[in-house]
Design a binder for this molecule. Structure first.
Ligand code: NCD
Length: 304
């Protein structure tokens, strides 16, 4: 993956994923061995949209690999607020850095930015479109916790319309693995047609609005937050936001070896009471994310 940009994951093969998972395994076993891989490298982290986990995860990954970070955590403090185009901003930043990690609220912005620069760019989320590194870490979490990604029944629940982590996960699972999907959402937040047409035509999937009746069949349950920032009306958001609340009661009929994932941040869709249930892996998922991002950055610009 040397010098590759990661925008939509179209250019990431199953072999690339295996290489990434193997390196993440090695890094997690011996972090210190990799603490010089980014010597003299500068990574620019440009977050035009709010983030805690993703930005910190990338920045922590760079520091642990011995590299340096220059960071924009708030769009208001960049020249974008003076009317500079995205392409001019990233072109400028690319003169100071070896890799750009960018999050932006507009679908497609990562591709626009990537086309403007000569260094690699990692898309850390573009609007409701894609979130490739979240999917890499989601797949790695499934692989670590279930020991396989194939032949699983994977429930995806919540905001399937606006959730970029959902769109990217569905894309990669359907391209590279053999799984059954159960899509659980209110009618208004169903998986978009473009995702269905592009990725689900040959897949086994079911759409439902009922979590209770379907939870017993699942090997993986991927919960998501209703994406308030993508709604046009507050009233509509309020009507939908608490449709699913996973709690001890809903887990009674679930498999013993189910894993419950969430890209985080959560709102009310997972009750705190299940945080100590061994099936809840969403905080482990955060840690897996650090190793995946260390592995990814090492493969793109590292001296391995
Ligand atoms: C997700 C995102 O930003 O798309 N969070 C993350 O990166 N871990 C999910 C969300 O915000 O709901």
């Amino acid at each position: 993956m040397k010098n590759k940009s990661i925008i939509t994951l179209d250019n990431v093969s199953r072999d690339n994923l295996n290489e990434l998972f193997n390196l993440a395994d090695k890094i997690s076993e011996n972090e210190i061995k990799y603490n010089n891989v980014l010597k003299n490298k500068v990574v620019a982290s440009l977050f035009f949209e709010p983030s805690t986990r993703t930005r910190f995860s990338f920045e922590s990954a760079v520091f642990k690999l011995g590299g340096n970070v220059i960071s924009l955590a708030d769009a208001k403090s960049s020249s974008a607020s003076k009317g500079e185009s995205l392409s001019d901003t990233v072109k400028t930043v690319s003169m100071y850095s070896d890799l750009i990690v960018m999050r932006h609220n507009k679908d497609g912005s990562a591709l626009v930015a990537d086309n403007s620069i000569d260094i690699p760019l990692i898309n850390a989320g573009d609007g409701a479109h894609y979130h490739p590194t979240q999917t890499m870490l989601d797949l790695y979490t499934i692989y670590k916790e279930k020991k396989t990604i194939n032949n699983l029944t994977i429930g995806v629940c919540g905001d399937l319309k606006f959730g970029r982590t959902v769109h990217t996960l569905v894309k990669m699972l359907s391209k590279h693995y053999n799984v059954n999907f159960v899509f659980i959402s209110p009618d208004k937040l169903k998986i978009p047609d473009y995702v269905k047409k592009k990725y689900l035509t040959n897949m086994n999937y079911k759409e439902t609005s009922n979590l209770e009746d379907n939870i017993k069949d699942l090997d993986v349950l991927y919960m998501t937050r209703v994406q308030k920032e993508r709604f046009f009306s507050e009233d509509e958001y309020i009507k939908l936001k608490d449709k699913y609340i996973l709690n001890n009661k809903s887990l009674k009929v679930a498999k013993e070896d189910l894993i419950i994932m969430h890209p985080l941040p959560r709102n009310n869709e997972i009750a705190k009471e299940i945080d100590n249930d061994k099936r809840a892996v969403y905080f482990k998922q955060v840690k897996y994310g650090l190793y995946i991002r260390m592995a990814l950055i090492s493969l793109i610009i590292g001296d391995l």
